[in-house]
Design a protein around this ligand. Structure first.
Ligand code: SF4
Length: 369
């Protein structure tokens, strides 16, 4: 399990090594075809800031080599905001006195139909809070079954599950699982997740192993930028990805770097990552792993998304609503976070096409399951 691997590293030591990198270290890393973790640290360090143009060119090259000039489209569907956790940065935190919604069968189907009216989406990301009693595995399995006729590729972003539950869901149409570790800082993790199921750092961390053991086709991972020193967090994520690739080599992987957005809890980010730093991180990740999908959500603004679409990103969401039932049933419900890119799917498609890229709505068929 990755928690044992993580024991070998000290957060402070990794941070010290990143900030000790020099422009020469960055230049050496850039001269390599395949970079290791040490090179990765050099490329996300402040010392590599001057190399960002060259990193962008290399990132674009590897991305086009592996994915062509394509951008895959997906859309999230929040089916419940009920949550038993107390994440201090989240609008769905159990303490927040908001109206809690758990969509019923009819509402889930109406949401699916409403999404299909928005655009020809085939990749659906089903999102929930963490409420095992009222929206547990049975509820998720039923939601997959209801969504299946409308989409060819179903991914979930839900509470970490047991391996046998992941396996069970793959038998009901599940193709991918996204989970955010939020931060790899074991001690500080407890500050952001003080109680509830999510306060168990190891259970969350080792959830990725359980997905791999269950044979989930695609695993998505990410850290929440705004909690801890982001350079250290993304370095641990790169190590984690490398570990998973070796162990679960049949699995596909995607990465995501969500920057914290305003939410009902009014939590202010502890650290801020600029657009330039986010771009540098994406380029470094692409140089580190040529094959990972890099996904950019509507948290990011249109200007940034359009640029990064040609430099390293491979999938974008569009038209997203981050409240349960937000497409049809409850358009006024409280959103989990405010989106930055409010363009319609058709507008995003047009923008991508104008860059000379092909928009891919469908890249999976249930016949492959
Ligand atoms: S981040 Fe997820 S688990 Fe935490 S309060 Fe929000 S919905 Fe619940």
């Amino acid at each position: 399990m990755f928690s044992e691997e993580l024991e070998n590293y000290s957060w402070d030591e990794i941070t010290r090594r990143i900030y000790a990198k020099t422009p020469d270290d960055a230049a050496r890393a850039l001269a390599k075809e395949h970079i290791d973790i040490d090179d990765f640290m050099a490329l996300i360090s402040p010392a590599a800031s001057a190399n960002i143009e060259e990193m962008a060119v290399r990132s674009r090259y590897y991305t086009q080599q592996r994915f062509g000039k394509t951008i895959s489209m997906y859309i999230p569907l929040y089916i419940t905001n009920s949550c038993t956790n107390f994440c201090v940065y989240c609008g769905f935190n159990h303490n927040n006195p908001i109206r809690r919604i758990i969509l019923n069968d009819e509402e889930i189907v109406e949401e699916c139909k409403a999404i299909r009216r928005l655009g020809p989406f085939e990749n659906l990301l089903i999102v929930t809070g963490e409420n095992p009693r009222d929206a547990g595995v049975d509820y998720l399995e039923n939601a997959l079954r209801l969504a299946r006729p409308y989409f060819s590729n179903l991914t979930i972003e839900v509470m970490p599950l047991k391996s046998e539950d992941y396996y069970r869901l793959t038998q009901s149409g599940l193709n991918g699982v996204v989970c955010f570790q939020e931060t790899y800082h074991r001690e500080r993790y407890k500050v952001y997740h003080p109680k509830g199921m999510k306060s168990n750092f190891e259970w969350r961390l080792n959830g990725f192993d359980r997905m791999g053991q269950a044979g989930v086709h695609k695993i998505g991972m990410g850290v929440l930028i705004g909690l801890e020193e982001w350079r250290t967090d993304v370095t641990f994520m790169a190590m984690h990805l490398q570990y998973l690739r070796k162990k679960y080599w049949k699995t596909r992987y995607s990465v995501n770097f969500p920057r914290m957005r305003p939410s009902e809890g009014h939590f202010q980010p502890n650290v801020v990552m600029s657009d330039r730093e986010l771009a540098q991180t994406i380029f470094a990740f692409r140089l580190f792993d040529h094959d990972a999908d890099i996904s950019i959500s509507t948290r990011e603004n249109p200007h940034f998304r359009d640029h990064i679409a040609t430099l390293g990103a491979t999938s974008l969401s569009a038209g997203s609503r981050t409240e349960p039932g937000g497409y049809y049933t409850h358009p006024q419900a409280l959103e989990q976070f405010a989106v930055s890119d409010e363009r319609t799917p058709a507008e995003v498609e047009q923008a991508i096409k104008s860059l000379g890229y092909e928009v891919v709505w469908k890249d999976w068929d249930r016949i492959f399951d």
